[in-house]
Design a protein around this ligand. Structure first.
Ligand SMILES: [Ca+2]
Length: 304
């Protein structure tokens, strides 16, 4: 298996390939996700009360208050998501293509069951702009309420597949991106483990530093590596990065993979996982209408 793995470290050529970093669409999306009217708490129904006390403005993002940057973890072994800690997104998702594809994040596709956080993706035919035979995707996204800075971030998860149970048989279908990542403010900080399902069994290890979040990130703001042969859609793996000033070390199942020392961000960022639909030959692949797919997250953790 190890012999099938290989690394590249070079700027990714695809400007449309980033999670929540899709230029104008991205920033609008993030604002939408962050808008009080479009964020709901999990576990108490769509109309549950919730509150937030942070500010998304550039320069105003702060690290964990009260206890500074304490370590935490979540094994999702309770019956529902901890709404005091997590926010379930409800709004537009990345990957929109005019008159072709529109994606959403919907709380209906986010659940906690049998010790797993499950983010479901469906794709169906629908009207997109003036095209009555477009594709509409419904995915799921969960983010932390607070931001976190340098430290160790881990996700134990099985990337997007058709398996309807966490350890059941299933395979990746074209038309999705699944990821565990950090993100804030138009990719002022973004660090990702991403699986574009059209790149069979290829994991992307990615970081972004947008030095001017008032403008959208450029390809030069990204550093990435790829890793093949891991069967990311077939089995659970533990994805970990250690983020420190000027350097990010990526690990899979405890084994060191690569260090990135360019485009290393510094701003504290949200802890996220998401699963969203695509209909693109650039990133994620053409849609697979009618097939339900699942991202299973067994546990996550952060330590400063
Ligand atoms: Ca678990």
């Amino acid at each position: 298996m190890a012999g099938r793995r290989g690394f590249m470290e070079r700027p990714k050529a695809l400007t449309a390939s980033i999670v929540l970093g899709l230029g104008a669409v991205s920033f609008a999306l993030w604002l939408l996700v962050m808008s009080p009217g479009t964020v709901v708490a999990e576990g108490g129904g769509a109309n549950s009360a919730w509150s937030d006390d942070f500010d998304m403005s550039s320069g105003m993002v702060r690290a964990e208050g009260g206890g500074a940057n304490s370590a935490w973890s979540d094994d999702f072994n309770g019956g529902a998501l901890n709404s005091k800690f997590w926010v379930v997104s409800n709004g537009s998702a990345p990957g929109a293509i005019s008159k072709q594809h529109q994606g959403y994040f919907t709380p209906a596709n986010v659940s906690v069951s049998n010790g797993y956080l499950v983010l479901k993706l469906t794709q169906q035919t629908g009207t997109v702009g003036t095209n009555s035979s477009g594709v509409i995707s419904y995915g799921g996204q969960v983010r932390s309420r607070r931001t976190y800075g340098y430290g160790t971030y881990t996700w134990t998860m099985r990337m997007s597949s058709t398996a309807s149970t966490p350890t059941g048989t299933g395979s990746a279908d074209s038309g999705s991106v699944s990821a565990g990542f950090t993100y804030v403010n138009n990719s002022r900080t973004e660090i990702d483990f991403e699986f574009p399902a059209d790149s069979i069994d290829t994991l992307y290890l990615v970081n972004w530093l947008n030095p001017n979040p008032a403008a959208n990130p450029s390809p030069n703001d990204e550093t990435y590596s790829t890793m093949a042969g891991l069967k990311v859609a077939d089995a659970f793996h533990t994805y970990k990065f250690v983020w420190q000033p000027g350097r990010i070390d990526y690990f899979v199942d405890g084994s060191f993979q690569v260090s990135h020392t360019t485009n290393v961000p510094s701003a504290p960022a949200y802890f996220l996982m998401n699963h969203w639909g695509t209909d693109s030959t650039n990133w994620g692949g053409p849609a697979t209408v009618g097939d339900t797919r699942y991202l299973y997250i067994d546990s996550v953790s952060y330590s400063p």
